[in-house]
Design a protein around this ligand. Structure first.
Ligand code: SAM
Length: 242
């Protein structure tokens, strides 16, 4: 839930009218969260620690996936883009200037870095950076042409709820993209990832995250699923919103 809205120009704006539109939702028939599911507070604590070193530690290894997702966004029609879990804003400089970006994140510490980047690099097409829960945003239905979540789906407590929310805020015929690491179904990598899952809370993400936790089978069946080179550790998933 957003507590405040801070525009990229640094100005505080009242969100009270927008906040009144936000009502708690239900988890419906989602798969049960894993034992070590991250709640919003755990996400904030984890990313408070990560914020200062995130770009150095994670920026390099994730760069290919991020660039591939942004290239995909840039190639799609539509200008209004929602980037959820925008983090320190590593993707922001790579959008074409005709895309108008709204970024949201739960972590004020990560957002502070993103705001610095926007000012430093004068990214005039970044319209707003907002502290907001991607599972339960304050946006009206069909507010965006495209929503993109990069390395976020395995961090939120209820991934199916995230997906439903993105479907709601993206126009019918628009596009939803995820780039993420998904659990290897078998082999040594799968065993290692399941073992690492015990450290989810301190890592701030779920190494054992399965695509089925995010998307219902019918959406997996219709999604465009592309492995991201060079090592194929990450996967880009693109869905048309119906
Ligand atoms: C692994 S980082 C990815 C950051 C960025 N997308 C990137 O590519 O570097 C995950 C981000 O998701 C944010 N996040 C986690 N849960 C969230 C939620 N429910 N709503 C909004 N942001 C969330 C975290 O605060 C963190 O900044």
């Amino acid at each position: 839930m957003a507590l405040e809205e801070i525009s990229t120009s640094g100005q505080r704006e009242s969100m009270s009218d927008v906040l009144q539109k936000c009502a708690p939702g239900s988890q419906g028939d989602d798969p049960a969260p894993s034992r070590s599911a991250l709640d919003a507070e755990a996400v904030k604590v984890a990313y408070r620690r990560w914020a200062a070193v995130y770009d150095t530690v994670f920026g390099g290894v994730s760069a290919f996936g991020r660039r591939k997702a942004v290239e995909a966004v840039n190639s799609l029609s539509g200008t209004k883009v929602l980037e959820v879990g925008v983090g320190t804003g590593l993707a922001l400089p790579h959008y074409t200037k005709n895309k108008q970006i709204t970024g949201i994140d739960l972590s004020g510490d990560m957002l502070a870095r993103a705001r610095e980047r926007v000012q430093r690099e004068q990214l005039s097409n970044v319209e707003a950076l907002l502290e907001m829960d991607a599972e339960e945003t304050c946006f009206d239905d069909a507010s965006f042409d495209i929503a993109v979540a990069m390395f976020v789906a395995s961090v939120v407590p209820h991934p199916r709820k995230l997906f439903r929310e993105l479907k709601r805020v993206v126009k019918p015929g628009g596009h939803i993209l995820f780039v993420n690491h998904f659990l290897a179904p078998s082999g040594v990598r799968g065993v290692v990832e399941r073992g690492m899952a015990r450290a989810s809370r301190s890592l701030g993400w779920h190494p054992d995250f399965a695509m089925e936790s995010l998307l219902p089978p019918e959406d997996i069946a219709r999604a465009r699923i592309q492995s991201v080179p060079p090592v194929g550790l990450f996967t880009l998933v693109t869905l048309d919103n119906i």
